[in-house]
Design a binder for this molecule. Structure first.
Ligand code: ATP
Length: 303
């Protein structure tokens, strides 16, 4: 009987393990599918079809007299927004809460249509871009982007599952994640997320940027994390943003003075308008609101 029970145990244990593993893989895949659903909207071609594109240049952004309200009965969120973010380099959007910064991103991705004015990406009105092409050209990194249960590799490849190894290495290098990969027990195949290694806030943000870069976006929209980062991670993120800006135009909703100060152009928004544009040094002298935001550290809102 003992022998039979032992036999049963050896038979059942691996099966149980298999089932457990399968459930886990399924969880990861379901999560991956969800992210792809989010990234690939109706009518959009699969984002991975664009991986490996080498000829795409950074795309500039122009807003000219943009007027927008979220509903006919709602107040205008953009009353008159005009600015030009040059191709390549980093443009930072700053301004008080409710000024309309996130709405700039929503309009660029054509989640909503403006009521007046012109919005152009790479010199072409966004209404003339095929929607799939426009969205494939844009990478978006949300604030405090989630890391899903699964391996680091799965997390990185969510939006571009067929990305080449060379692209993966490039994204890891650009986002300074190579050290993390070396440190993890099974490298890229280590489990991360709540059932694996917990990543720091800065690491999570860098994984999210790497994920977006794997699609080789011509324009990267980045909503900077407001959660507290340690000094090392804050410095790393600043370097990452600066280096990425050499390959793609970066438009960042900036919450940290350290990010803003390094931007090539700063757009100060207030109450649905652009009240000033310039560099950190120029705006410190030339714009009272910017001076106030910078000196009172309002750009670095706590979480
Ligand atoms: P914050 O720094 O707080 O994120 P913001 O400058 O990014 O602010 P927006 O998020 O663009 O500002 O919001 C501007 C205004 O539009 C706010 O009054 C907000 O409540 C409103 N708004 C934003 N998104 C929507 C939406 N989907 N539907 C209706 N109103 C919205």
């Amino acid at each position: 009987l003992v022998a039979f029970l032992l036999y049963l145990f050896y038979l059942v244990a691996p099966i149980a393990q298999l089932i457990q593993g399968a459930t886990h893989v399924q969880g990861g895949l379901a999560a991956a599918a969800r992210i792809r659903q989010i990234e690939s909207l109706p009518g959009e071609e699969p984002a991975d079809g664009f991986s490996g594109r080498v000829d795409a240049a950074p795309a500039g952004v122009t807003f000219e007299g943009v007027v927008f309200r979220y509903g006919d009965d709602r107040p205008a969120v953009h009353r008159d927004v005009s600015f030009t973010a040059p191709a390549g380099g980093m443009t930072a959007l700053v301004g008080p809460s409710g000024a309309g910064k996130s709405t700039v991103f929503a309009l660029l991705e054509r989640f909503y249509e403006r009521q007046a004015g012109r919005i152009a990406v790479d010199g072409r009105d966004i209404g003339h871009w095929p929607l799939a092409e426009l969205r494939a050209a844009i990478g978006y990194v949300e604030q405090d982007a989630p890391v899903l249960d699964g391996t680091l590799r799965e997390n990185l490849l969510l939006a571009a599952p067929h990305a080449r190894e060379a692209d993966l290495r490039r994204a890891l290098r650009l986002t300074r994640l190579e050290d993390l990969v070396t440190r993890l027990p099974a490298g890229l195949d280590s489990m991360v997320g709540h059932r694996g290694v917990m990543l720091s806030g800065g690491e999570r943000q860098r994984v999210a940027i790497a994920r977006a870069l794997l699609r080789r976006p011509r324009l990267l929209l980045l909503d900077e994390a407001t959660s507290q980062l340690d000094a090392v991670n804050e410095l790393l993120l600043r370097e990452v943003i600066a280096e990425v800006a050499a390959e793609t135009t970066v438009l960042v909703i900036a919450h940290r003075l350290s990010t803003v100060a390094g931007a090539d152009l700063i757009v100060v928004m207030e109450d649905g308008r652009v009240r000033a544009t310039g560099t950190h040094a120029g705006l410190l002298h030339g714009d009272a609101l910017y001076r106030e935001l910078a000196t009172t550290q309002l750009l670095t809102r706590p979480a």
